[in-house]
Design a protein around this ligand. Structure first.
Ligand SMILES: *[C@@H]1O[C@H](CO)[C@@H](O)[C@H](O)[C@H]1NC(C)=O
Length: 263
């Protein structure tokens, strides 16, 4: 299952650049100016400056010289050199959200999310979890768009591809797993000490994308503890599905999932 979800089939042209970009900045004007300081809806000012949430600042001296480095190395300077720098626990591209682990109007109340074990959740709770995952797989992300360019030269033909919330997260995972152009061995999130830390953050990202499209702020990703288990007790039709003889799923809602992000 996990492996199937990680499979994103995309054709990547040599030297091309593709990345997730906040929707507010996914346009030629922002990319050309190198600035991504979206207006916070709550007060109409860039980065929520008027509410003391953050300010638009130069974060790198200049944009990374296109084509000379892999655009992930000094993320996001390949695209932007001016960004919202949020104060306190404010977060998000426009400082309009709270950072993970915080809530409330001023983002000063800590937020503890209990990751329950799937095994302890009743049928209705499991169904809710599966439905939320599915909704994120079929609903376009309201926050990110995927930048697609046929080459890493800045003014080459580029476009923005909307993707579903789950696929945006999937894309992030995929991008991170791609090796660097120059140093083939380096792998950002896997096969290294970064694995647990990177994936913790990744799951928080996925969780927040799911909360956003389901409009369910109580959604959480449960844990599955396999300790002492000799078979896959979540490989059932009401959860992740069982493998048939052809390797496909015999049932479950995930049977309908497409695992390719299509250009
Ligand atoms: C989802 O994200 C969009 C874009 O940031 C925002 O306008 C909207 O209010 C969010 N919805 C929820 C339910 O958080």
């Amino acid at each position: 299952m996990a492996q199937a979800l990680e499979l994103v089939c995309v054709l990547l042209l040599q030297g091309s650049a593709q990345a997730q970009i906040p929707i507010q900045c996914a346009n030629d004007v922002n990319l050309d100016s190198g600035e991504c300081c979206p207006v916070f809806w709550g007060d109409g000012s860039p980065c929520g400056k008027d509410s003391g949430r953050g300010t638009c600042q130069q974060v790198v001296d200049e944009r990374a010289e296109a084509g000379t480095v892999d655009f992930r190395v000094r993320w996001p300077s390949y695209f932007f050199h001016r960004l919202c720098v949020c104060k306190g626990n404010y977060g998000g591209p426009d400082c309009g959200e709270c950072q993970y682990g915080w809530q409330g109007k001023g983002c000063q109340k800590s937020r503890v999310v209990v990751r329950r074990d799937l095994a302890d959740m009743n049928a209705a709770e499991r169904q809710r979890f599966v439905n939320a995952l599915h909704k994120s797989k079929v609903t376009l992300s309201k926050r990110y768009s995927i930048y697609v360019s046929e080459s890493s030269v800045p003014n080459s033909r580029r476009s923005f591809q909307r993707a579903t919330a789950f696929n945006v997260a999937n894309w992030v995972h995929y991008l991170t797993s791609k090796t660097l152009n120059q140093a083939n061995q380096l792998h950002f999130a896997h096969r290294s000490t970064a694995f647990p830390v990177w994936h913790r953050l990744f799951l928080l990202f996925l969780e927040s994308e799911i909360r956003n499209v389901t409009e369910d702020d109580t959604f959480f990703i449960p844990v599955w503890s396999w300790a002492g288990k000799s078979n896959c007790d979540v490989c059932t039709d009401d959860l992740f599905g069982n493998s048939g003889s052809d390797g496909g799923l015999t049932g479950s809602i995930f049977r309908s999932w497409e695992v390719c992000i299509r250009p």
